[in-house]
Each structure stands twice: as structure tokens, then as C-alpha cells.
Design a protein around this ligand. Structure first.
Ligand code: GLA
Length: 729
């Protein structure tokens, strides 16, 4: 048990004297495998006393701390559930404020707790904290998803002081872990190089992952990470914590290994240039930090996260997705109605569900014929589309395919009518020269009028074309020269931008709840679990070279399920069409190629693969994913998607190393099967004229396939091999 604080000011001692000697209260936040145990001590400090596998005897949580013999905690708040600044804390705080009277100290003590079961599987633990000196309160929320072992943590901050309180740092959550060493798996990237992993042992001090891009969380660093405890976790072994901040703007995650070797992970909105002035009575609600602890390695953690995301987070996560033909890389800006009508026929010929019209269909005064003009002027370009979108939507229906459209509604070209009419709607510094990212600027979504305008773009597309079936929502610029002419307090800008974005998305979803929308950002620079509440899928990267995609999709798959991954077949890379199509099918496939340029066999292959995909897409989208062979560790990458009832699955295998003699020389062990059942392996997605290397009449036990394995016969003449595995009854 913690020592009673002896350095408290007289007022506090008095305040708490009534409760001195009270028994500590424990608040166990429980999931099926784990317990996160909070404790309220006799002076009402709330600390974390345990986070790990659940104990059978809950009385034993109280014994955990005595098993540690670390150096002294001089502050008595090292293990605080939500560390604050300015009083006893000597390390990184989650919350730092300047009170209305200018005082910068904060102390939070327990007031009460509420436990609400919102569904059989979901429980909300709400812990009310208050500063004994200032009229300042924080509500700590832990929403526990029992089956998936996942917790969403966030806070609500409010006060009733005599003036505004400045929030200097206002993290969503603090996770406190004991028993290292700890290993951080983080990601970095750039355009076309998203999700590059790096693993390192966490050293003492603070390591920060953050973003200051304004419009999105990710480009250089995504808001997801993993921390392994004890040793780096592998696919099937080790203790690993997955973290993901559900926020679409600037974020900041501080990982601090303290002088006693314990780890604090403090994550939330980035306070960079963003001190927030909170009015009396106003509530500041932070985004959620999503985290999940697995003591069975990364594979289990992913499957839990995928289940959670599909059930609770991603829009229509349990649903299916539309396959499509996109014209971006086939035409770029160079098209007209006739060309598009031809592509609509190609869409039907290929056998995909939808044609997606990309960038370039709009603007008249400054036609969108390249990426320098026209963004913001969302009327059809009369030269390219004299009869408007409506004719194309009708033509699509005649071809029995659906029609979708690209928009980039938060952006504006300097050369556009929108910029001319509303220069005050543009994010820029009034007295500084403009600086462009992909030749464009960002609209000021903190302005309600701009929110109405952005909502109006989507609304008018749907009002005019009710049959419109899909939106690709792009975001190709970051914010430079952050400034809003509308905002009185510029340090609210980044926060208000994201609030404005969510306001628009909420309005769109209130009116159009189900239409699929892709979250795109010149690469996967915008995927996060807050945005995915409004989107059915995301664009992992503009880099569609299938070899690169194997690595990227592998990394994304730790955090996001395949149903949300938009994978397009393009002309990037040197691999044959089969390889490109097979890689795209580990998610939601699309095509961005000139169908007419395909050879007869290539086209036949694509059509057959799409038809075949219909027979197993439910397994890829809704099944369990097992990463079998890691492309970073072996010349062959192998990924299994297995139906929940283990009756069938699909295994994708690729050669990822072209050096002499590389291939699947040794068997790959399957995972997740029923060891007592029998299975048959059959090669699918065969290129016309080639034959299977595996004998599909052979029967193997689940035990054999998991203990010995299978060989997909991947080599330099069979670089991509897809196998269907079916239980034989
Ligand atoms: C971004 C997207 C591409 C395409 C272009 C259009 O780069 O990632 O897929 O839509 O914009 O300008």
C-alpha cells in the first residue's frame, strides 16, 4: 500500500483528514483475459496497482506492489492513473493547466466511481476526480470490451473557476506498466513509404511519437504503436500492448521509462501550439486511446483488435465491400464522357461492382486538368462532361455497375474560383507568403461556413445523383502557416479544425448512413480509428507496387482488419498481373489499370480471380487473420485468412526475394486450424495455361498442417500462390 503523503499543504491534510485511515478501494477494470486494477488510497490518490493477466483470487491484487523492491517513489504519484503537473509530480504529466488565477499546480483526488454495463460485453468505468484546492474536475473513463480484451480510455475535463483555465497538456490517457525491459515497435514513413517498422529497447527518459501535420495524424508517423514487455513479442509468443490513438489530427504519445524502470505511456492530442482556454462549465473531452494487452503474442492481439474494429468501430465493419475499377492511373486528368463510357463498359467486362471516377471531373474557370487548379470548384467541367455526372451514373446503371466519385473537399487550389470568392476560408498566415503541399491549400474547417460548404459538396452530389454509390474522400495536403481569420484564439486552431471535420462527417453520416466512403490521403496518411467511424475503408499508400504492398499491408494488418484495406492493382512494380491481383485480394481489391491494354490471358485471369474472390471474400473480410511467414524474415511471405468456424480458409504466399534459389524450401506451419479435423488444399487463382503444383486430392490433418506444415511451392517461376483450404467432413 502507498505511504500517506506527508508533504501535503495544511489545507489538503485537513480536507482528507476525514478519510484518513480508510481502507483502500480497488477498481478492477476487467476483460476476459486481463485486469487493470486501480486503487484509491486513504488520501484518495488513484493509482494503477496492476495491469496484466487476470488473477483468480482478486484479493491478491493488493499484494502485487509488495513484490516489487524498486527504489523509493519520492513523489507518491509515479503510479498515478492520470499524472498531473505542478504539485508532487516530477515526471511527464498527462494534464498540465494554468488556473484562472495564474496558478499552475494541479492535484486530483478521487470523488466517486460509476460502473455502467452498456451491453453484455461492454462496461464503462467512470472515475470522478477533483482538485481539493481548485474547483477543477476530471472524469477518467475506461470502456472495457470484455471479449476483445480492449480498453478505450479518455477523459473529460471541466472546471467552475472564476475565469478561463488554460489547458497546457491534456492527454487522453496514461498507461502504467511495470516489469520491463520494454521494447517499442513504432512506425515511420513518407509518401509511398508508409508503415516502416522500427523496434528498439526503450531507454530511460522520454521518447515521443507525434504528428504536427494538422489535417491528418499520419504521413511521417502513424498514431499506432506496440510495446512488448520482457522481450520483443513474436507472432505467437510474448506480452505485447497495442496502442492506437483515435484522433485524426496532431497527436503526441510520450513513452517515459522512469528512474524505477517502470513505463508510462501518455497519449493524446498534441499540445503543440495548442494550449486550450477552457471556459467555466465547458467540457473538454479528449479522444480515446485504444489499447489491448495480449500475453499470446502479436497474432492474438491483431485478431482481437480486428474483431473489435469490425464490431464497434469501422463503419459497416461487419458488412461487405464493393470491388471497383478506378480511372486515376488509367487516364489521370485526361478524359471525357466518351472515354469514361468506355471505362464503364470495361468495369462490366472485368466483373467488378463499381466504377470510380477520380480527380479531374470538375471546375470550369480554372479547369482541373492538372493538380495546380480548380480544387474547390465542384461543378462538372463542361468540356469534359457536357452532360454532367448524371449521364455517367445512368450509363453505369445501364451497364449494371455502380458509380462512385472522388472528392477532396477540405482543399483549395490557389487558382480557383473558391479561393477568389472566399480568401478568408483558406488556412494561411495573413502577412506571410503561401506555401503549398501538392500545389494546394487547406480550407479552414474551424469556420462553420466552411463546414457547411464541405457538407454541401457531398450533399449536392447525392441530391443530384441519388444512385451515387461510393465516395473516395481524399486529403492531399498538410497544414502550413496554421491560422484562421475567424478564430479569436489561434491556439485552438488545430483542435477546431478536427472538430470541424468531425462535425461535417457526422452530418454526412446522419443523412447518408451507409454509403461506402474511402479515407484517402495521398498514401495511408490518414488512417486512424476516429476517422474509420465514418469510413468503410482506407487507402494504405499510393505505392501499389505489390512487393512493397506485401510489407505495408503486413504492418497495417497488425492494427486494421483486411475489410478496411483498399488494395488496387496498378502498373506499379515489375510483377506479373497474377502477383498484383493476388496481393490486392488480401483486402478490398480494386483495379486502376487500362483494361484494354491487358492481354487476353491477363484479362481472363483477372475476371476469373474476381469471380473466385466472390466465393471467399467473406473469409478475408470477416475471418481470422494469421500471419504465417514474415517477409522481413524469410524469402516467402505467407498469410492465412481462416473462417471463424475453421471450416475453410485462404492462404496467400509470395516470393519476396529474387536471389538465386530462393523459395519455399521448407514447410510453412498453418495456425488456428482444428487439429482433429481433416483438410484439403487446393490452388486457386491459377494463371491461364498453368497448372497446380499441389495435389488437391490429398487430405491432411489439422495437426499435421500445424505441426509439420504445407509447402505452397513458391519459387522464381511460381512467385505468387493462393491456396484454398477446406475442411473435409
Ligand atoms: C491522391 C490519391 C490518388 C489519386 C490522386 C488524385 O494522390 O492517393 O489515388 O486519387 O490523389 O489527384
Amino acid at each position: 500500500m502507498k505511504r500517506i503523503v506527508t508533504v501535503l499543504p495544511a489545507l489538503l491534510v485537513c480536507f482528507f483528514s476525514m478519510t484518513a485511515g480508510a481502507q483502500p478501494i480497488q477498481i478492477p477494470v476487467l476483460t476476459s483475459a486481463n485486469a487493470l486494477v486501480l486503487q484509491v488510497d486513504s488520501v484518495k490518490n488513484v493509482s494503477v496497482i496492476y495491469f496484466g493477466p487476470k488473477l483468480t483470487n482478486s484479493n491478491e491484487y493488493a499484494l502485487v506492489n509488495q513484490t516489487y523492491r524498486q527504489t523509493e517513489d519520492y513523489t507518491n504519484v509515479l503510479d498515478a492513473a492520470y499524472p498531473v503537473a505542478g504539485s508532487r509530480n516530477l515526471l511527464e504529466p498527462a494534464l498540465a493547466v494554468k488556473h484562472a488565477d495564474g496558478n499552475q499546480s494541479l492535484d486530483l483526488r478521487f470523488v466517486r466511481q460509476e460502473i455502467t454495463k452498456t451491453s453484455p460485453d461492454v462496461t464503462l468505468y467512470s472515475i470522478y476526480l477533483k482538485d481539493p484546492v481548485y474547483n477543477f474536475e476530471v472524469l477518467l473513463n475506461y470502456r472495457a470490451y470484455f471479449r476483445q480484451d480492449l480498453i478505450e480510455q479518455w477523459t473529460v475535463i471541466r472546471h467552475h473557476e472564476k475565469g478561463n483555465v488554460q489547458l497546457e497538456k491534456y492527454a487522453s490517457a496514461n498507461i502504467y506498466l511495470k516489469g520491463g525491459p520494454f521494447y517499442l515497435n513504432q512506425y515511420h514513413g513518407d509518401w509511398a513509404k508508409e508503415m516502416q517498422p522500427e523496434e528498439s529497447r526503450i531507454t530511460h527518459g522520454i521518447h515521443t511519437l507525434d504528428s504536427k501535420l494538422g489535417t491528418r495524424a499520419n504521413l511521417f508517423q502513424p498514431p499506432v504503436f506496440m510495446v512488448s514487455v520482457g522481450k520483443p513479442a513474436t507472432e505467437d509468443e510474448g506480452t505485447v500492448l497495442y496502442g492506437a490513438l483515435g484522433y485524426s489530427g496532431n497527436f503526441r504519445t510520450d513513452l517515459e521509462l522512469d528512474f524505477r524502470d517502470n513505463l508510462k505511456i501518455i497519449s493524446g492530442i498534441n499540445n503543440y501550439a495548442s494550449a486550450y482556454s477552457l471556459k467555466p462549465g465547458e467540457e473538454f473531452e479528449t479522444p480515446v486511446l485504444i489499447y489491448l494487452l495480449s500475453s499470446k503474442g502479436k497474432g492474438h492481439a491483431s485478431r482481437q483488435m480486428h474483431d473489435w474494429a469490425r464490431q464497434y468501430k469501422i463503419l459497416d465493419g461487419k458488412g461487405s465491400r464493393l470491388t471497383l475499377l478506378n480511372n486515376w492511373e488509367a487516364t489521370y486528368f485526361d478524359f471525357n464522357e466518351d472515354k469514361l463510357k468506355g471505362l464503364l463498359r470495361d468495369t462490366k467486362e472485368l466483373g467488378v461492382d463499381l466504377f470510380l471516377l477520380d480527380d479531374g471531373w470538375f471546375a470550369n474557370k480554372y479547369p482541373r486538368n492538372n493538380d495546380r487548379t480548380g480544387l474547390g470548384d465542384w461543378e462538372e467541367n463542361k468540356t469534359k462532361l457536357p452532360n454532367g455526372i448524371a449521364t455517367l451514373v445512368k450509363e453505369a446503371t445501364n451497364n449494371q455497375v455502380k458509380f462512385g466519385i472522388w472528392v477532396e473537399p477540405e482543399m483549395v487550389s490557389p487558382k480557383s474560383e473558391l479561393y477568389e470568392k472566399h480568401p478568408d476560408w483558406v488556412v494561411k498566415q495573413p502577412a506571410r507568403e503561401e506555401h503549398y503541399f501538392r500545389n494546394q491549400l487547406v480550407l479552414d474547417l474551424s469556420n462553420v461556413k466552411v463546414q457547411d460548404f464541405v457538407f454541401g459538396i457531398i450533399d449536392s452530389l447525392f441530391t443530384r445523383n441519388p444512385a451515387l454509390a461510393y465516395i473516395k474522400w481524399d486529403c492531399n495536403a498538410v497544414i502550413y502557416n496554421a491560422h484562421s481569420v475567424k478564430l479569436a484564439n489561434q491556439s485552438h486552431f488545430y483542435i477546431e479544425y478536427v472538430r470541424g471535420l468531425y462535425n461535417v462527417l457526422k452530418r454526412i453520416r446522419a443523412k447518408y448512413p451507409v454509403v461506402p466512403m474511402m479515407l484517402c490521403s495521398g498514401g495511408g496518411g490518414r488512417v486512424d480509428y476516429a476517422a474509420l467511424q465514418y469510413f468503410t475503408e482506407y487507402w494504405p499508400s499510393d505505392n501499389t507496387d505489390p512487393l512493397e504492398r506485401i510489407f505495408m499491408q503486413w504492418e497495417y494488418s497488425y492494427f486494421y482488419p483486411a475489410v478496411a484495406s483498399a488494395n488496387h492493382v496498378t502498373d506499379w512494380g515489375k510483377q506479373p498481373i497474377k502477383y498484383r491481383v493476388d496481393v490486392a485480394m488480401m483486402g478490398k481489391p480494386g483495379f486502376d489499370i487500362v483494361v484494354k491494354h491487358l492481354s487476353e490471358n491477363d484479362l481472363r485471369f483477372c475476371k476469373e480471380a474476381i469471380t473466385m474472390f466472390r466465393s471467399y471474400n467473406g473469409i478475408v473480410w470477416q475471418g481470422d487473420q494469421y500471419r504465417l511467414a514474415d517477409p522481413r524474415l524469410s524469402p516467402v511471405a505467407s498469410v492465412l485468412y481462416l473462417a471463424k468456424d475453421k471450416s475453410a480458409g485462404v492462404i496467400f504466399n509470395y516470393l519476396v526475394n529474387n536471389r538465386y534459389g530462393q523459395g519455399s524450401t521448407v514447410p510453412i506451419q498453418l495456425k488456428g486450424l482444428d487439429d482433429k479435423a481433416n483438410y484439403r488444399l487446393e490452388e486457386i487463382n491459377l494463371y491461364p495455361g498453368t497448372s497446380a503444383a499441389l495435389d488437391s486430392t490429398k487430405i491432411y490433418s489439422g495437426e499435421f498442417l500445424m505441426k509439420v506444415g504445407f509447402n505452397p511451392v513458391v519459387n522464381n517461376s511460381r512467385t505468387s500462390v493462393v491456396l484454398k483450404i477446406t475442411q473435409v467432413r
